[in-house]
Write a protein that binds this ligand. Sequence first.
Ligand code: FPP
Length: 254
Amino acid sequence: MDQSGRVPARLADLDLARSPKHVAIILDGNGRWAKARGLSRSDGHKAGGEALTRMLDVFIKLNIPVVSLYAFSTENWKRPKTEVNGLWRLMNQFFESRLEKCMELGVRVMASGDIRQIPAKNRERIQRVIDLTRKHKRLTANFCVNYGAQAEILRAADSIVQERLQLAEQGETRKARKPIGKAEFEKRLYTAGLPDVDLLVRPGGESRVSNFLLWQIAYAEIYVTDALWPDFTEQNLVDALWWFQNRNRRFGGL
Ligand code: FPP
């Protein structure tokens, strides 16, 4: 069952000119997927990585220009060491083996999160993929790694405080006291330059936002489906987009 609560939607019924400009996905359900098959949690994450590889083509096919993918949260460090290490190893393999695919498809890879704190190997690999794909325009894939939205917002606020203190020290008191503007704040978020999230998709059936892109989802539609991330297919995204296209988005108006 999913939020559309109806028979599967048809790709032909979607108006792809009205696809969401930014889809954020909480990649949830890898552990349950593995458990149901008597496999290890790491096997579940591996299957999650394969689902992601498949879905890159689908995002492009469905005319979605930006996707944000919650791959590792600031809270995921609390998991057993073997699972955490396995996840970083898997991400390294992913970025190594999928670079060619990103080049072929025209995917621009970017990262959101405190990547200073992730294993050096991962940091170097991600940075390399970011550098090699930075000119691509077909799809921006924003990998959220060591990411937490509250930390992101505090970081942006802190950067403004530091700048204002400096202005005050230089005697620029009027500028130092100016109310903080939305654009001034947003350019200090990891997602600077990306459109706001239109659609947040959560596989795995939980109705939580889990500290993901809290600022950016202000007006997002939230779509929850019981499908587990490793099982996620084009059909699941077509269903989500059909549901999205039939929402009446008012952005606070009538
Ligand atoms: C949550 O599922 C998933 C994660 C913490 C990791 C997401 C990672 C991947 C999809 C692996 C591939 C990522 C990249 C970038 C290659 P869970 O383990 O909490 O599942 P559960 O709720 O069923 O236990």
